[in-house]
Design a protein around this ligand. Structure first.
Ligand SMILES: Cc1cc2nc3c(=O)[nH]c(=O)nc-3n(C[C@H](O)[C@H](O)[C@H](O)COP(=O)(O)OP(=O)(O)OC[C@H]3O[C@@H](n4cnc5c(N)ncnc54)[C@H](O)[C@@H]3O)c2cc1C
Length: 250
């Protein structure tokens, strides 16, 4: 299918992008397009405006700050995967990004777009949560930091305001032992369920509307995952227990 009609804007600076977002009702940011374009094509999203940030220069850096690694809005997932800085400072993120889709998708898809999209089965929001990272949001009102435990508010919903641009995500350094383990039907598919271990912290994905922190001794407690054609709720709970056991045995 083809996307519904929309008006297209392509700002060339962050300031311009924020001004454009503030001036428009019903606009969506376009980064890598790997989630937004399918949603448009299936007509599950019908924004009046698309604000393409790909013409903005110098917002694709990956750099060290405050003992962790910062990933800017246009850094592709493949660049994160290949980054020497990420591998050294936050190898948990390197391991997790390799589980996201396939390399061709990671060549376009951005890490920040992945967080903004907030798919409950995504690996990277759970990594941000397990490590206690944050994102930086920018708008015409200024800049604010949103901690991981306040960012994800529902299925594909975040605390970002409609006129805010996610300009950077920050991941604390990951220490040993860490693990990211998921179960999916095929390599590259979204996970049926998955776990992220960061030393003694555990975050789960694919089993709730958002990534959630859990007690490693009783990881399925309080969870009410949904069942679908891919997996029943009971199977997802079973996966959580088995994958947590593996992550903490590793
Ligand atoms: C076949 C396939 C398999 C996939 N498998 C996985 C998987 O296993 N795991 C996984 O995590 N993901 C998977 N994905 C999704 C992929 O990781 C996307 O790239 C990612 O979710 C979105 O990043 P993007 O840059 O493409 O964002 P876009 O598609 O451009 O945007 C996605 C959403 O985020 C918003 N957005 C993007 N950037 C910003 C920003 N800087 N500020 C504010 N809002 C922003 C957009 O407005 C839109 O609502 C898959 C995609 C495909 C097509």
């Amino acid at each position: 299918m083809k996307p519904p009609p929309f008006e297209y804007r392509a700002p060339t600076t962050v300031e311009e992008a924020c001004a454009v977002l503030a001036s428009l009702e019903d606009a969506k940011v376009l980064a890598g397009g790997q989630s937004l374009v399918p949603l448009l094509n299936f007509r599950l999203a019908r924004p009046a405006y698309i604000v393409d940030i790909n013409r903005i220069a110098a917002i694709d850096r990956i750099y060290e700050r405050d003992g962790g690694v910062a990933v800017q809005a246009l850094a592709r997932q493949a660049a994160v995967e290949d980054s020497e800085i990420v591998a050294r400072v936050c190898p948990l993120l390197t391991a997790a990004v390799r589980l996201v889709a396939h390399r061709v998708i990671r060549n376009r898809g951005t890490l920040c777009g992945n967080l903004a999209h907030a798919d409950p089965a995504s690996e990277l929001p759970a990594v941000l949560l397990a490590l206690g990272g944050h994102v930086v949001a920018r708008s015409i009102r200024g800049e604010r930091v949103i901690e991981a435990d306040r960012l994800f508010s529902g299925v594909m919903e975040t605390a970002l305001a409609p006129d805010e641009l996610l300009v950077e995500a920050w991941f604390p350094a990951s220490s040993q032992p860490f693990a990211v383990i998921e179960e999916s039907r095929r390599h590259g598919d979204f996970a049926l369920a998955g776990v992220v271990r960061a030393v003694d912290r555990l975050a789960l994905f694919g089993v709730a509307p958002t990534p959630v922190l859990a007690d490693p001794r009783d990881p399925a407690r309080g969870l009410q995952p949904s069942g679908d054609l891919e997996a029943t709720a009971e199977f997802r709970l079973h996966l959580v227990r088995v994958l947590t056991g593996k992550a903490f045995a590793a």
